[in-house]
Design a protein around this ligand. Structure first.
Ligand code: SF4
Length: 328
């Protein structure tokens, strides 16, 4: 690891000021970023520690919740209001990493974690357009069992590894940001970019812009939520496919539905066409199958991940069937 300066921010504005220097990066718990620095994937001249900023989880005026970006993943998963009103979020967080990592990792860091593509991590031996633009992508013809099938490009097929973000996408979470140009809010699903021909650009964040909080809108009506993760091992493994879904049935018809997918795309992926197809439909298996087909209709597979579209279809149908059954 190359030498770097370390400084600790005392406030959000102080963090933005300290991060003005070229080569400065924000540091959360470092559970991903410091590993990447050790491997030589990431470099920084200066780390601005933001773990002392807001960890609060508090109600908003309109009945939602505001989660400070420095809150630990464990604190979010164990919070009573999240367990009762956003259970899919608690379930998603608890399905990721290990207890020790969740105790340290922050919400902001979870959102901005990098892909676990093995070629991205292999600085000495692999070509990677994300790590070094224009170099090529060894995953395209290599080991790509865990790689993406939606939103991918010929330059990069990496997936975003977060479980938490999939649930946040389903709950229509909004990210609060602060930077040199002031404060702004952004739907979480608009934060991450698709790779196109520039996979090294992963978010729409401006230089020096800091995630300060994540806002969960209020949950109205009789909405049920669930998160299901399919993976090679029962613990400490990234998703091959995951599904977060919210379902509300009124008078025998689907009144409200959101479906987000993980393990299949470079960002938390909302299946909006499938959602639109199901609004107003009777919640039954045939409708769920047709919607799942729609969600995967644009899937592009490689040699190692050709199983993913069918796995994703079946997981969507299973999650929606469970939610519909629970409402009867
Ligand atoms: Fe790099 Fe993306 Fe290719 Fe992986 S899939 S090697 S991250 S360019």
């Amino acid at each position: 690891m190359t030498p770097f300066d370390y400084t600790r921010a005392s406030s959000e504005q102080d963090a933005v000021t300290r991060a003005r220097d070229a080569g400065a990066r924000y540091l959360g718990a470092g559970t991903n970023f410091v590993d990447l620095m050790r491997e030589g994937v990431e470099t920084a001249d200066k780390l601005v520690d933001v773990t002392g900023l807001s960890r609060r989880i508090e109600p908003t005026e309109d009945g939602g919740l505001l989660i400070g970006a420095a809150a630990s993943n464990t604190a979010v998963a164990e919070h009573a209001a999240i367990r009762s009103r956003y259970p899919a979020l608690a379930r998603a967080i608890l399905s990721g990493a290990s207890t020790q990592i969740r105790n340290m990792a922050t919400v902001g860091g979870n959102i901005l974690q990098r892909t676990r593509c093995t070629y991205f991590l292999d600085v000495e031996g692999a070509r990677c357009n994300k790590r070094q633009p224009g170099q090529g992508c060894d995953a395209l013809e290599g080991f790509n069992r865990g790689h993406g099938i939606l939103g991918v490009s010929s330059a990069c097929i990496a997936t975003h590894p977060s479980d938490m973000c999939v649930a946040l996408a389903a709950f229509d979470a909004v990210v609060h940001l602060v930077g040199e140009n002031g404060r702004r809010r952004l739907p979480l699903v608009d934060l991450h970019r698709l790779p196109g021909d520039r996979p090294h650009l992963e978010t729409v964040l401006q230089p020096g812009e800091l995630i300060t909080a994540v806002e969960l809108p209020s949950q109205t009506g009789n909405i049920r939520s669930a998160y299901r993760k399919v993976r090679d091992r029962a613990s400490y493994a990234f998703a091959l496919v995951s599904v977060a879904a919210l379902l509300e049935v009124a008078e025998g018809r689907i009144a409200n539905l959101r479906i987000a997918l993980g393990g299949v795309a470079p960002k938390p992926w909302r299946a909006r066409e499938a959602e639109a197809a199901l609004i107003g439909a009777v919640p039954e298996q045939s409708a769920f199958v047709a919607a799942a087909d729609l969600a995967l209709s644009e899937a592009r597979t490689r040699s190692g991940n050709a199983f993913k579209p069918e796995l994703a279809r079946r997981t969507i149908v299973a999650v929606l069937s469970d939610l519909a059954g629970a409402g009867r």
